[in-house]
Write a protein of this length. Structure first.
Length: 214
């Protein structure tokens, strides 16, 4: 039976070469290495001409991109370099991303379906953010409560550090005052000693200051 029909349509397959087909998707631009838009193919360009232009741009991209100088996230770099393909070019990297796009989406979808919410209860062991009697014991709290506890703990620590800083500053001030007072006492003792030498019959008895002023 002939595949052709004389009534409404011709079901015979259309066979042609790429130079007989034209691109109807609009003008195609691609940025060069300087970020300037370069026309790759005009609307109505024969497909073969457009394919050559695109392949030329791809080859240029591969030649000017040195993947060894691109800083990729560690996990992503290890996953990519761990593939069996030894051709570690920009094109290979793009293909790697495309090959794993669906797998990544499935992982993300799986995470979203089991993601923690603020009401999820966690079994934790912590001390600074819990009452003392619960220290180092298992505590069941929701994530929202856990975050609240952490913030409270951090605020308390900030207050303690501020108070400690104030106390240290006061200690330094007291130490400086005590040193000045000690030095004054030393001068007084020196003067009394000189008096006693000059006035042997009218000496002033003092206790020796053994406290160093340093």
């Amino acid at each position: 039976m002939s595949e052709k029909s004389s009534y409404w349509y011709d079901s015979s397959p259309v066979i042609g070469t790429s130079n007989q087909l034209t691109w109807a998707g609009g003008d195609v631009y691609c940025k060069d290495v300087n970020g300037v838009d370069v026309l790759v193919a005009c609307n109505g360009t024969r497909l073969t001409t457009m394919q050559i232009a695109i392949l030329t741009r791809i080859c240029t991209l591969e030649n000017v991109t040195d993947m060894t100088r691109i800083n990729l996230p560690c996990a992503l770099y290890q996953a990519w370099t761990g593939t069996s393909d030894a051709d570690k070019t920009i094109l290979n990297y793009i293909q790697f991303l495309l090959d794993n796009a669906c797998q990544q989406k499935a992982v993300v979808d799986g995470l979203s379906s089991t993601a923690y919410t603020s009401s999820t209860t966690l079994d934790l062991i912590y001390c600074c953010c819990t009452p003392a009697d619960n220290c180092n014991t298992h505590v069941n709290v929701t994530i929202s409560k856990h975050l609240e506890n952490i913030l409270t703990c951090l605020c308390n620590l900030k207050t303690e550090v501020t108070n400690l800083k104030t106390e240290v500053e006061e200690l330094y001030a007291t130490k400086a005052y005590a040193k000045t007072l000690c030095e004054r006492i030393g001068k007084i003792e020196t003067g009394i000693t000189a008096w006693n030498v000059a006035n042997s019959l009218n000496k002033i008895n003092i206790s020796v200051n053994n406290v160093p002023c340093s």
